[in-house]
Write a protein that binds this ligand. Structure first.
Ligand SMILES: Cc1ncc(COP(=O)(O)O)c(C=O)c1O
Length: 447
């Protein structure tokens, strides 16, 4: 095992308010039972810088969760922070409905210059409302409007959000159970590898759609995540995605890529499907789009599909100008050239090497792509114990997968290499300790 690496010396954040250690009573009394992350990480958090969160008691935690990939550029990036402070101090518009504002204009111009033009992409930007689920809802609604059809094909282990339309496209039963209403309009198809390596799931879908008695209504869209974030870090191959797009084209369906978790650099390029030869009709983005954890979501729409009537899809919070300000800085700072993406690819390769070493030691498999990687333990309880142990040692890390069996690493892409290694030391120790205590996982899944 590698020698332990010390936490980088961020400016020490002193014990800020000793009286403000966690007093769970107000949360127990007033916050809904629906809360979840605070159950895994029951501390009172006060501040954060890049890849470190600080408790109110001054304790530092390395962040391998990064707001579920909403903080790809770390906590409180100094340039975004300063731009936002300046904007607020100059009475910049905070809430703009969908008015033309300077902040939105600058964001649109930066998106065109840094993202669309260099990639030869032509898309309209639809501000859908602040969350990822809003972007997915808009995408589904538009695909149905464009095609005049209802049925949407979504995949096993897909996760697309919690509102009813997005939830219908989501596979996980524990999330679907909360709907309290039917979740119609979706045909579920198996993702790549769902039945193991010998069954070609793209063939299966093609056969069912080609067969007039296949029982699948003509689809308005096929909706897919290139890397399934919540569903267990299943990374689709370029070839499989190309075939899914071809199936969509053949059957007159729109091809929608949900890049909400895998995008904004997470896999080493701005879009997770870059270089795969795909041309989605709609791309959804949210999470790290604002760069600083502020709510901002987009549906990128091919111009010929932008057939909305004015105000046909509305929403009060489609003009988060604070988010436009920080998002513009994120684009200009990190995406004006390939330098940042290159660092992500380098760190991703290192992360993969270290995870493969941990996984190999315990006969387990690594899942995912880029800096969206994890170890499949095959055992939800074991994975939970590993994450709990990591937290005791000062690391925030979560699980994913249909049974929460994958220990998932989603650290900020800007994490200092020493902090990445320190966090991985903690992960390695936790696997060691949990496995030493309990023997091999019941369903060890080496590949
Ligand atoms: C791929 C994907 N789509 C959609 C969503 C929903 O985004 P939000 O939670 O912002 O509504 C998520 C959230 O995790 C996601 O990972």
């Amino acid at each position: 095992m590698q020698a332990r690496t010390p936490l980088l010396p961020y400016p020490a954040i002193p014990q800020r308010r000793p009286e403000m250690t966690l007093s769970p009573a107000i949360f127990e009394r007033r916050e809904s039972r629906v809360r979840s992350y605070s159950r895994s990480f029951p501390r009172l958090f006060a501040s954060a810088k890049n890849a470190t969160l600080y408790g109110a008691d001054g304790r530092a935690y390395i962040d391998f969760l990064a707001g579920c990939s909403s903080l790809n550029y770390g906590h409180n990036d100094p340039d975004m922070q300063q731009a936002l402070l300046d904007y607020v101090a100059s009475d910049g518009i905070a809430h703009g409905l969908d008015l033309f504002t300077e902040a939105k204009q600058a964001f649109l111009a930066a998106y065109e210059e840094t993202i669309l033009k260099p990639r030869g992409m032509d898309y309209k930007l639809m501000f859908t409302g602040p969350t990822g689920a809003n972007a997915v809802e808009a995408a589904l609604k538009l695909a149905r409007k464009v095609t005049g059809r209802t049925n949407v094909i979504a995949f096993t282990n897909g996760f697309h959000g919690m509102t009813l339309g997005a939830l219908a496209a989501t596979g996980n039963a524990s999330k679907r159970d909360g709907a309290g209403a039917p979740l119609p309009g979706i045909h579920r198809a198996p993702f790549e590898g769902y039945f193991g390596p010998d069954i070609d799931t793209a063939d299966l879908l093609a056969r069912m759609l080609d067969d007039p008695s296949g029982g699948v209504d003509a689809p308005a869209a096929i909706l897919v995540e290139p890397v399934q974030g919540e569903g267990g870090l299943n990374a689709a191959s370029p070839e499989w995605l190309q075939r899914i797009e071809a199936i969509a084209r053949k059957h007159g369906a729109l091809f929608i890529v949900d890049d909400i978790q895998a995008g904004c650099g997470r896999t080493g390029r701005f879009f997770s499907f870059e270089g795969f030869g795909l041309s989605p009709d709609i791309i959804t983005q949210a999470k790290s789009l604002s760069g600083m954890g502020l709510p901002l979501a987009l549906a990128l729409i091919k111009p010929e599909h932008d057939i909305w009537k004015p105000a046909e899809h509305n929403g009060t919070f489609r003009g988060n100008n604070h988010a436009f300000v920080t998002a513009r800085v994120a684009l200009e700072k990190f995406w004006s050239d390939d330098a940042f993406a290159e660092t992500v690819r380098t760190k991703g390769a290192h992360l993969e090497t270290r995870l493969r070493a941990i996984a190999a030691r315990h006969g387990l498999a690594v899942r995912g792509r880029g800096m969206m990687l994890g170890i499949d333990t095959g055992d939800p309880q074991g994975a939970a114990r590993i994450c709990a142990r990591c937290f005791d040692e000062g690391l925030i890390i979560e699980t994913s997968g249909s049974r929460d069996e994958v220990v998932k690493i989603l650290c900020p892409l800007t994490i200092a290499p020493a902090d990445l290694d320190r966090g991985l030391d903690i992960v390695a120790d936790a696997f060691e300790a949990v496995l030493a205590g309990e023997g091999a996982f019941p369903r060890a899944a080496a590949e």
